[in-house]
Design a binder for this molecule. Structure first.
Ligand SMILES: Cc1cc2nc3c(=O)[nH]c(=O)nc-3n(C[C@H](O)[C@H](O)[C@H](O)COP(=O)(O)OP(=O)(O)OC[C@H]3O[C@@H](n4cnc5c(N)ncnc54)[C@H](O)[C@@H]3O)c2cc1C
Length: 377
């Protein structure tokens, strides 16, 4: 029986093991490993920040992920030997015929001097939880939303944060006492979609949010509360809402399979240079943005390739890099952008303005995954 080892039960790992279970059932031995005991949607961090959500309310326990043929183990991966397809964890060793790395991207706080000391980021669950009370207390001065490096997960997320912060300050009647600055390394808020970028930039202008593009936060002075941009420009702040620099987890980098911080793969098949080893999602350089929808669609392609090799019968497709990212525009309005990065010669991003339909589609996005992976109604 073929043994498939999947590292990481995020968007990529959950979808891949679900697909394999549906196609192969008990005919393959699928082992899914994650160090955590629950999955949390990336966008739930905004609910922790601005909607008084609790960790308990947003977590989806892995105990509820039960699929025929899939064993989910709560272990921490400590070493990966791609050539031998052997993985060491805090609980022992695992060997496989096929290895899929889906460990996501980690945050490299040390890459931005001063960030760890300032300590306020909203890209991890713990970071968002710690920042939420500081946002509620913030009632005068300058808030700075700052991205420390690209690529970063869900490129629209810091824009959503800026608009939701503006809402929150207006709701409390303190917006006139506050400034909101927003620094991103891209030339526009959502580069592949000029229409989406124009809509977001229009919102920022209307609401008096100061957008600074094409620059990143290079360092922070925690004593003076000053952010220094990569061109040396200094921005004093009273509250910093940071997006740390990302890279593959250390254990992946130490395995020798990365280049420039991520695992290079064939964008069409997600195969690495090592036969029988694939990488999906944020851990890979796959020609698509770092977002759950793309981790998921990549996982479906890897599933097709594994099923074709194990039992035949399916012609595996290629990853087209298509997916919809929903965007909070503030005041409860939700729009989206339909991304297509790999199907044609050009990257495209079609904008869907905020509407009741988009709001319903975002709700359905979460609900279908909760049902498919965790059996929740
Ligand atoms: C604020 C915010 C908003 C977002 N909004 C959206 C959105 O609206 N739509 C969207 O599509 N995406 C969104 N994202 C991005 C999305 O969350 C990620 O791109 C997605 O989770 C990537 O999936 P993945 O499977 O590659 O990795 P992950 O989902 O990060 O999963 C990786 C898993 O690996 C595990 N792991 C890591 N290291 C180890 C180890 N050593 N041992 C064992 N397990 C380990 C982790 O515990 C984790 O469960 C958002 C992200 C943020 C931060």
């Amino acid at each position: 029986m073929s043994r498939i080892l999947i590292l990481g039960a995020g968007f990529g790992g959950l979808e891949l093991s679900t697909e394999l279970s549906e196609a192969l059932g008990d005919a393959a031995e699928v082992t899914l490993i994650d160090k955590n005991d629950a999955f949390v949607f990336g966008y739930s961090k905004l609910d922790l920040l601005f909607r008084d959500a609790t960790r308990e309310a947003v977590r989806l326990p892995y105990a509820e992920f039960t699929k025929p043929g899939v064993r989910l183990l709560r272990e921490t991966v400590t070493a990966i030997d791609p050539a031998a397809k052997r993985v060491t964890t805090d609980a022992g060793e695992h060997e496989a015929d096929y290895l899929v790395i889906a460990l996501g991207a980690d945050y490299d706080l040390a890459a931005t001097p001063g960030l760890a000391k300032v300590g306020t980021e909203f890209y991890s669950v713990a970071g968002a939880e710690a920042l939420a009370p500081k946002i509620r207390e913030f009632s005068s001065g300058r808030a700075l939303i700052g991205v420390c490096g690209a690529p970063f997960k869900c490129p629209p997320a810091p824009s959503e944060c800026a608009l939701m912060l503006d809402d929150e300050l207006r709701r409390r009647g303190v917006r006139d006492n506050c400034e909101i600055y927003y620094v991103i390394p891209f030339g526009t808020p959502v580069p592949p979609s000029p229409e989406t970028s124009a809509a977001l930039s229009g919102e920022f202008e209307t609401r008096g949010i100061e957008l600074i593009t094409g620059k990143r936060i290079a360092s922070l002075d925690p004593e003076l509360n000053v952010a220094i941009l990569d061109d040396g420009y200094e921005i004093p702040f009273d509250l910093f809402l940071g997006v740390p620099k990302h890279r593959a987890p250390d254990v992946v980098i130490e395995s020798g399979i990365t280049e420039d911080g991520y695992v290079p793969v064939d964008p069409a098949t997600l195969a690495t240079k090592v036969p029988g080893v694939y990488a999906v999602g944020d851990v890979a350089t796959a020609g698509v943005p770092k977002a759950g929808v793309f981790a998921e669609s990549a996982a479906r392609i890897v599933a097709q390739h594994l099923i074709a090799q194990i039992q035949g019968g399916v012609e595996p497709g290629r990853h087209l890099g298509q997916g919809t990212c929903y965007i909070e525009f503030g005041e409860g309005r939700i729009g989206s952008v339909d991304i297509d990065f790999l199907s044609g010669p050009e990257k495209t991003g079609h904008f869907n303005p905020p509407s009741a339909e988009q709001m319903a589609l975002k709700e359905s996005f979460g609900a279908t995954r909760r049902a498919r992976w965790f059996g929740r109604a």
